[in-house]
Each structure stands twice: as structure tokens, then as C-alpha cells.
Ligand binder design. Structure first.
Ligand SMILES: [Zn+2]
Length: 173
């Protein structure tokens, strides 16, 4: 049996047809079916990671460090230590000496990609940070990024998205 295609955006008439098809006998021909558009507001909690996202809106980069283990700063932060499960402490990350560890270029983004293309995705190595921070370059020229490229963070403090996209990196010329 041939499968029916469903368009992403339906016209009001198509919506009515769809409802009638879905409910078949339950919607008699003479019953009105009218669209009743609604929108919802989703309240999302940042939980224990609030200081990180709040920091981005204030042009500050915060990571977490375990008081018991000596692994260094975790970035993105973990609320609890992945090694000993104890609560971590917040520290502001000094990005001096940050370099591109590795990179790739997004040319064909998948669904949900919020940036423009081509988009250079970078993994940033920061002294004192025990993880590589995944991010993107917000400005680049031919031949950039390259491995070991010195970078500094830039923050979207005006009209922030309150997501990880509020931090990006640029080359230190
Ligand atoms: Zn620990």
C-alpha cells in the first residue's frame, strides 16, 4: 500500500482534510473542522549548570573543578565529578593560551543546526582545562582554522540565545 505523504506546513483546508481523514467516520461530513492555532512556552531549567550559561551572558567562561581529584577544570562544566561523584566547585576559566586542537568545516548542516554555513567547528585546548571545548569560529579567513591556531573567546552578550551558541572564538592576529 502506498504511504501518504504529509507536508510540513498545511494550508487550513489541508488541515481540515487531514483531521477528517484521521478521524474518518467520527467526523460527519457536515461537521465543521476549523484550525485553532496554539503556541506553548516551554520553561527550561539550567539546573546546576546555571552559572555556566549565566556567565556566557556576562562575557565570562566558567568551568568546574573537583576539590578531591586533580584532573583540572572541566569545560563544559559537570555539576558532579565524573571520577568521584562529589560536587564540583566553580572557577572562571582563563582562556589565555587557548588554541585550536582540531577542527572540521560544516558545509551541509542537518536539521536543527542553528548556525550559518560554512561553519568552522573547533575543539579548543585551554591550559589548565582537562577537556577539549567544542565550539565554533565566528570569524575566519581562507586557511582558517588550523591546528594550534591561537584563539580568544567572544561572547554574545547582546540578545543572547541562552545556549552554547553564546560563546564562539576568533583568531588572535
Ligand atoms: Zn573528583
Amino acid at each position: 500500500m502506498e504511504k501518504k505523504r504529509t507536508k510540513v506546513v498545511l494550508t487550513p483546508d489541508e488541515s481540515i482534510q487531514l483531521v477528517k481523514e484521521l478521524f474518518k467516520q467520527n467526523v460527519p461530513e457536515n461537521s465543521w473542522v476549523r484550525p485553532n492555532p496554539r503556541s506553548i512556552t516551554h520553561y527550561h531549567t539550567y539546573g546546576n549548570l546555571t552559572p555556566f550559561f549565566k556567565g556566557l551572558t556576562q562575557a565570562k567562561l566558567f568551568g568546574t573543578r573537583c576539590r578531591s581529584c586533580t584532573t583540572g577544570i572541566w569545560l563544559p562544566p559537570r555539576a558532579h565529578c565524573p571520577d568521584c561523584w562529589k560536587e564540583m566547585e566553580w572557577v572562571e576559566v582563563n582562556t589565555e593560551g587557548a588554541r585550536v586542537y582540531t577542527h572540521s568545516m560544516t558545509q551541509y548542516p542537518g536539521a536543527g543546526f542553528k548556525g550559518s554555513v560554512p561553519c568552522p567547528l573547533i575543539s579548543v585546548e585551554i591550559p589548565g582545562v582537562c577537556t577539549k571545548f567544542m565550539s565554533y569560529l565566528s570569524e575566519f579567513r581562507d586557511g582558517e582554522p588550523y591546528i594550534n591556531m591561537p584563539v580568544r573567546p567572544v561572547f554574545r552578550t547582546k540578545n543572547p540565545t541562552y545556549t552554547i551558541l553564546d560563546i564562539s572564538w576568533v583568531v588572535i592576529a
